[in-house]
Design a protein. Sequence first.
Length: 228
Amino acid sequence: MAILLILLAIFAAIALLPQWWVNSVIKRHSEERPDFPGTGGEFARHLLDEMNLHHVLVEQTNDGDHYDPTTKTLRLLPQHHDGRSLSAVVIAAHEVGHAMQDATGYAPLVHRTRMALQAHYIEKIGFTIMLLAPVMMIFSKAPILLVIQLLAGMGVLSFTILMHALTLPVEFDASFKRALPVLKAGGYLKEKDMRSAREILRAAAYTYVAAAAMSLLDVARWFRILRF
């Protein structure tokens, strides 16, 4: 039992630490900056207009900062859309980086978008398979069928984790090959803020890795529910 608890603690740490680190970096630089001329949302709009991406919308959301290539919409959390913090400005630049990728037909972003659309339906199939597994075993009285269904369901759910892991190059490109050069070339930040800006951009890039780690908790939760 002690070994099991230790393994569960290690598993939880692997799943939770990346998200904790990302959140702590962003929070550390979330104090309001009166010296900034605009909010994160206004800064995103400014950068998009400077790049002639007038068709890209900027909206507020509660579903996490992201750029949606299917609707050409850049969405920011309320504190980043309306805030004047370093985190708000830098995260806005990161999401503009994704809009730049989309505008140039950046292939990895195209592939990620396709995978994300597929993942939504694949995840539903995975949950359905795992929910039906115990019922099928009761009616068929064949335990091996439960094992096969559980493995199939786990494989489907793992697709979501794989998708998040494969997005890391896309995120780093948006942070360090798009957003950072724009911030430097435009002189939008003071030199003393650049080190912190790089840290925020790194955290923004690892957001999907943190999401993949959190997905591991969902997998573990299913094992507990089904008592596998």
